[in-house]
Write a protein that binds this ligand. Structure first.
Ligand code: AHG
Ligand code: MN
Ligand code: MN
Length: 357
């Protein structure tokens, strides 16, 4: 080999080293093709989210061996749900990684009634982080997969009061969104409005390394993911859809109890996840600002869709911080099919009304 021939080195860089070295923060900068302050900010924010994810993953992996990591705190959160120790821990982790960051001055989470302000970041922090620290907390104590969900929004104005009305905006206003899946390996999947990208935590490096770029969800998939225990609490149209998949070949039910896990499967393999309204909770269970809207943003970026059944989910305006919304999300053909059952029942209702008048 001639000493000036460096092609073997180039090969290594292109095919081996680059794959191992595309870290999350580097990827964000590559995506934005810029070193402008906004790009540096987003990259730094993603890096801090990654740090939170690593801390949570570490605690989850040792929770069964630790004193005081599992079980309930005895408290009830603003959602009226019993709080797990892991919910509180993860909530605090997200706050602490953003302290002294100068990036995010406000955090809003499922576990906090009001947004939390990091006063030292106030003068410079131009962003708000919305998050579900532990999604699927019923899985924590039995060592099954859970997740975290996040969205980044531009801070509008300087609203310093607890109502945070400037946050009550539609899902198109999200700058970035994603989730972390704490499964057999920890994965982080994100979008900054330029496609969807997945990273795996390499424990030997302590870094999230790019594992799938520009993920596209199939237009149609076999999975339907819904809590069928609520069957008799749903609207007839949702029951029509479920009866349809029961009577046709090619559908499989998968429901893990953690939205992040179910969405992850659907993102990679296609299908539809539903959490419709019920008699007890007409708006369903899932929270718009830090569960449904971030995942809707992500799946749309992958070529999928999200709907409330009658409205594009990203168009929904929350009326309060902890607003809930029905969610139908996944492959675009599957979502359209659920919507068609809903439209059919609405048409029937209208015809009956007209007949009566
Ligand atoms: P969280 O643990 O953040 O409260 O979210 C739980 C959510 C979601 O992850 C899951 O899909 C759904 O609740 C499960 O609810 P059901 O037990 O009512 O099916
Ligand atoms: Mn959740
Ligand atoms: Mn949660």
């Amino acid at each position: 080999m001639n000493t000036t021939d460096n092609s073997h080195l180039q090969f290594a860089r292109e095919y081996a080293l680059d794959r191992d070295c595309t870290t999350l923060s580097r990827h964000v900068l590559q995506q934005l093709q810029s070193f402008a302050p906004e790009a540096q900010d987003l990259s730094a924010i993603m890096n801090r989210i990654a740090l939170a994810a690593k801390l949570i993953a570490r605690r989850l992996s040792r929770a069964g061996l630790m004193e005081g990591a599992l079980g309930f705190t005895g408290g009830i959160n603003v959602q009226g749900e019993s709080v797990k120790k892991m919910d509180t821990y993860a909530n605090e982790v997200f706050i602490s990684v953003f302290e002294q960051s100068g990036l995010v001055s406000r955090l809003a989470s499922e576990e906090m009634e009001h947004p939390y302000y990091i006063s030292e970041n106030r003068p410079t922090g131009r962003y708000t982080l919305l998050y579900d620290p532990i999604d699927g907390s019923s899985n924590v104590d039995i060592n099954l997969n859970v997740g975290s969900i996040f969205a980044i929004r531009q801070q509008v104005g300087t609203d310093a009061n607890a109502t945070a009305e400037d946050l009550l905006q539609d899902g198109h206003k999200q700058l970035a969104a994603g989730y972390v899946l704490y499964g057999p390996s920890t994965m982080l999947v994100y979008s900054i409005g330029k496609g969807v990208h997945a990273f795996n935590l390499d424990p030997s490096l302590g870094e999230f390394i790019l594992s799938a770029e520009n993920v596209r969800i199939p237009d149609h998939g076999p999975v339907y993911s819904v809590n069928e225990g609520n069957f008799w609490q749903w609207d007839e149209a949702i029951r029509d859809f479920i009866r349809y998949v029961h009577r046709h070949e090619g559908y499989s039910a998968r429901y893990s109890g953690a939205l992040v896990g179910d969405i992850h499967r659907i993102l990679f393999q296609g299908g539809v996840f539903l959490y419709p309204g019920t008699l007890k909770q007409p708006q369903g269970k899932l929270r718009l600002l830090y569960e449904s809207a971030p995942l809707a943003f992500l799946l749309e970026q992958a070529g999928g869709r999200a709907s409330t059944g009658s409205q594009n989910l990203l168009d929904v305006l929350p009326d309060k911080l902890h607003s809930r919304t029905p969610l139908i999300i996944g492959s675009k053909d599957n979502v359209a099919m659920v919507e068609s059952f809903i439209e059919e029942r609405a048409r029937e209702r209208e015809e009956k009304m007209v007949g009566r008048s």
